[in-house]
Design a protein around this ligand. Structure first.
Ligand SMILES: NC(=O)c1ccc[n+]([C@@H]2O[C@H](COP(=O)([O-])OP(=O)(O)OC[C@H]3O[C@@H](n4cnc5c(N)ncnc54)[C@H](O)[C@@H]3O)[C@@H](O)[C@H]2O)c1
Length: 436
């Protein structure tokens, strides 16, 4: 198939698309293409995930199970573990995990495994796009040679691009089609084709000059966020020493209509992007003889926050002539951010484990997380009742889920440590609510 043939199939929504990896990123993307009328295969190595998707059960906060089921029934979306689907695919989009090793070096084994399996089934005319967040150079230095070894000639009978995924799972204001797509192809034709594909589902597509620019743009976005969260966290530590509420300062500063973007302190960072992606860049730079100082400093500050929260709880209990040992702590929220049930890298888990180490009796409520594993043991969520709130020696707000009634919480609880400033602005008796 020629470049023109593929263009035509894309424009007519007749191109067969396979999205490799059906997680937080791959599933909503596959569904968006399927909604646009494409036939989409959702390829995943996890048989349980494929089985659940096949019966329309969505694990993603961004995809409703009913919508998924309708697309499965209409034959627009087909989850599968069978890699032979790649032999029929015009377009293959890779959305597999890119975690860190224990050494904090990139682990791109998932990307490489997926790419090797795709290259092994290479079909002339195919467009392959990498969406997984990765270090600059991955697309052209690692993926391209795999395909060239299979007689693929980039820009001629094979099209390769990087287009970073920028989704924010659970964000109802910005879903797949609301987030502009950046596209950098290995050649101009590759960029053109990949951009054409995304324009079928996203109104704004930005073409950049190379995959490396697109890879770096994503990393810069996440480093920017990581560093600014670290700045807000350090600012909170300073405000505490000055006996000033951080939230009030940040809200006041945010009234400046230009040159300022508010970030807020919290119990630490979680999820699979902000704590991890910056290290992809730091690693690559180290290979280039350069230490990425901001990245390391931001990580140091952000990782110190769970300790700081444990310290706040200890101080708060101390005011009540108590100590963590033997105290009942009721944590509100264990997800790493509001409105979702994602506990990956969640600082809440670290905080609860530390409090338990200190002898506290720990319970938690989270409408999105029915249970967590703490120190190898299952801890089940409790229903948030006035009785539990009143019985706790300290109520610790770790995730500012919209479902919590913060007025009620401050009214009923004896002592509240609020690591999210969720109770900011609410009248509270002196010394009963400690905010970050
Ligand atoms: N989650 C986010 O908020 C987010 C946002 C933007 C970018 N990203 C990036 O997108 C990528 C994917 O992240 P995610 O959150 O969707 O991960 P995820 O863990 O939710 O999903 C990844 C899926 O890929 C599957 N998988 C692993 N190896 C595979 C293989 N070889 N072939 C087929 N399937 C395979 C897994 O079974 C899993 O279902 C990562 O690089 C991540 O950094 C994530």
């Amino acid at each position: 198939m020629t470049d023109a043939g593929l263009m035509d199939r894309i424009e007519k929504h007749r191109a067969q698309i396979t999205v490799v990896g059906q997680g937080y990123v791959g599933l909503p993307l596959a569904v968006e293409f399927a909604r646009a009328g494409f036939c989409v295969a959702g390829l995943d190595t996890d048989p349980d995930r494929v089985a659940a998707l096949s019966i329309g059960r969505s694990p993603s906060p961004d995809v409703e199970s009913d919508d998924l089921m309708a697309l499965v029934r209409a034959g627009r979306y087909a989850p599968t573990s069978d890699f032979s689907i790649l032999e029929q695919s015009d377009v293959v989009i890779i959305c597999v995990p890119t975690p860190l090793r224990k050494s904090k070096d990139p682990d791109i084994s998932f990307v490489m495994l997926a790419a090797e399996r795709i290259a092994a089934r290479f079909r002339p005319g195919q467009l392959v796009i990498l969406e997984s967040t990765t270090y600059p150079g991955t697309t052209e230095e690692l993926l391209l040679p795999l395909f060239e070894a299979r007689q693929a000639r980039v820009g001629v009978n094979f099209f390769l691009a990087f287009s970073p995924e920028r989704i924010d799972p659970g964000n109802t204001a910005f879903k797949v089609r609301d987030i502009p797509k950046i596209v950098g192809g290995a050649t101009t034709d590759c960029t053109r084709l990949a951009a054409l594909l995304y324009r079928q589902i996203v109104p704004r597509v930005i073409e950049v000059s190379s995959p490396k620019v697109a890879e770096l743009a994503k990393l810069y976005e996440n480093v920017f966020r990581n560093v600014n969260i670290a700045l807000a966290n350090e600012f909170a530590l300073m405000c505490r020493r000055l006996d000033v509420n951080t939230r009030e300062v940040i809200d006041a500063a945010a009234t400046k209509p230009f040159g300022f973007l508010p970030f807020h302190p919290g119990p630490g960072i979680g999820g699979h992007c902000i704590p991890i992606d910056p290290f992809y860049l730091a690693w690559k730079m180290r290979l280039n003889g350069y230490e990425a100082r901001f990245i390391h400093l931001a990580d140091e500050i952000n990782r110190s926050m769970p300790d700081h929260i444990v310290e706040l709880v200890t101080e708060a209990l101390n005011q009540d002539r108590r100590c963590p040992n033997g105290s009942k702590i009721l944590a509100l929220g264990v997800a790493y951010k509001r409105g979702v049930g994602d506990t990956r890298e969640s600082p809440a888990l670290e905080i609860l484990a530390r409090l338990r180490e200190k002898g506290a009796e720990v319970a938690y409520a989270d409408p999105h997380v029915p249970s967590v594993i703490l120190d190898g043991m299952v801890l089940k969520a409790v229903e948030l009742t006035d009785q539990d709130l009143a019985a706790a020696d300290c109520v610790l707000i770790l995730t500012d889920h919209p479902e919590f009634d913060y007025r009620r919480i401050v009214a009923v609880a004896r002592l509240v440590v609020d690591s999210r400033n969720a109770t900011w602005g609410m009248p509270t008796p002196p010394g009963r609510v400690i905010r970050l």
